[in-house]
Design a protein around this ligand. Structure first.
Ligand SMILES: Nc1ncnc2c1ncn2[C@@H]1O[C@H](COP(=O)(O)OP(=O)(O)OP(=O)(O)O)[C@@H](O)[C@H]1O
Ligand SMILES: [Mg+2]
Length: 342
């Protein structure tokens, strides 16, 4: 008996059910972006899901109206600390980066559920650093929530357009990205998922790519010969994959081909900061809450030994500020969850 043919929608759902992380690979113009936009439309139908897209070329902002976008100018990702290592008389320069305007980016993420970051930079290391910084922010918050015993309900899907830029195999091997690699392997337990899009599998860092399942369109002979052909051999897929028509992708997670439709598109909404970080009412409430807390602590707490006097270093002060901000965000999130439950 022939299997019942499945509609495209059902197959797309099956892909999402069967795979937490995906890599889309095909030649230029085969329809990777359109296919992932189809998946993204499906993903955001679930209110527990969040979509975060990173692109360095304005494509999603013109085609995906369901998200808001923010453009990151290249001056926001600055190169810092050139460490000079004089070991064995060799002089080594190590690059590091710093992200400016983190407050604005945090505000953008707080005020918008589905976000597109258009990273306006030509430096692939800077692009990789930016993506890593945002992913790390989510990772850290999930980690704090787990540590405090809150359940993780939200699922975050990161879409990395032209992932060969943000996950370049040479860039990602640098020490600067050690934590990124560790984070990527742990993230699946924290509701963080990746959808990578690339024209050539070989350019991607193997560490990332091999932890995802594949969605393969019409690929270049070079990629087929050097990598994909061998990978598909056990699945019984031959050279037929080189003739897939536009919009068709073979998914290794379901061992089936899905045809994605092209749909009507519109522009995403650009986000600009309009309000201060916190609404006025909330600020008043928290000032009042802090005062009550202060009086309570003054009356009931046991005297603490005095902290040794001394100036904090810039790094220590930054860490303290970050921790306080995270605490605030967690409190707000918990209030939001509590409101949802009542
Ligand atoms: N499912 C589809 N059905 C019909 N036409 C499609 C489909 N998907 C894509 N196309 C056509 O192909 C063009 C390129 O699509 P898309 O930008 O998604 O390709 P891509 O693989 O992401 O390309 P690139 O590698 O340059 O980013 C679209 O503008 C559209 O005209
Ligand atoms: Mg594309």
């Amino acid at each position: 008996m022939n299997p019942i043919p499945q509609s495209h929608g059902e197959k797309i759902l099956k892909v999402l059910e069967n795979s937490v992380d995906l890599t889309f690979v095909s030649e230029k113009g085969h329809g990777k972006t359109v296919a992932v936009e189809n998946l993204a439309k499906q993903i955001i139908q679930n209110p527990k899901n969040r979509l975060i897209v990173f692109e360095s070329f304005p494509k999603w902002i013109n085609e995906f109206p369901k998200a808001s976008f923010m453009e990151i100018p290249q001056e926001w990702i600055i190169q810092t600390d050139k460490t000079i290592d004089l070991e064995n008389t060799w002089i080594r320069h190590e690059k590091n980066y710093q992200l400016l305007n983190e407050d604005l980016i945090s505000q953008f993420l707080r005020e918008n559920k589905h976000c597109i970051f258009l990273v306006n930079s030509d430096d692939i290391e800077a692009i990789a650093f930016f993506c890593y910084s945002i992913v790390y922010k989510f990772y850290r918050r999930k980690y704090d929530m787990l540590r405090k015993g809150y359940p993780i309900t939200e699922q975050v899907y990161f879409v990395l357009e032209e992932a060969q830029n943000s996950l370049d195999r040479f860039v990602l091997t640098k020490g600067l990205f050690n934590r990124y690699r560790k984070l990527f392997s742990e993230a699946r337990n924290m509701g963080l998922h990746w959808i990578l899009i690339t024209q050539r599998l070989q350019d991607l860092s193997t560490y990332f790519r091999c932890r995802t399942s594949l969605a393969i369109g019409k690929i270049s002979l070079d990629d087929f010969d050097l990598k994909i052909g061998r990978m598909l051999k056990p699945l019984g897929i031959g050279k037929g994959i080189l003739d897939l028509p536009i919009g068709n992708f073979y998914f290794s997670c379901i061992n089936d081909t899905v045809q994605f439709p092209k749909f009507e598109t519109g522009k995403a909404k650009e986000w600009f900061p309009k309000r201060p970080n916190r609404p006025q009412q909330k600020q008043k409430e928290s000032v009042l809450r802090d005062m009550v807390k202060g009086v309570y602590n003054f009356i009931f707490s046991t005297p603490q030994p005095k902290k040794p006097k001394g100036r904090l270093t810039k790094e220590q002060q930054k860490q303290i500020d970050e921790d306080e901000r995270d605490e605030d965000e967690l409190d707000e999130e918990q209030e939001f969850l509590d409101e949802d439950l009542t």
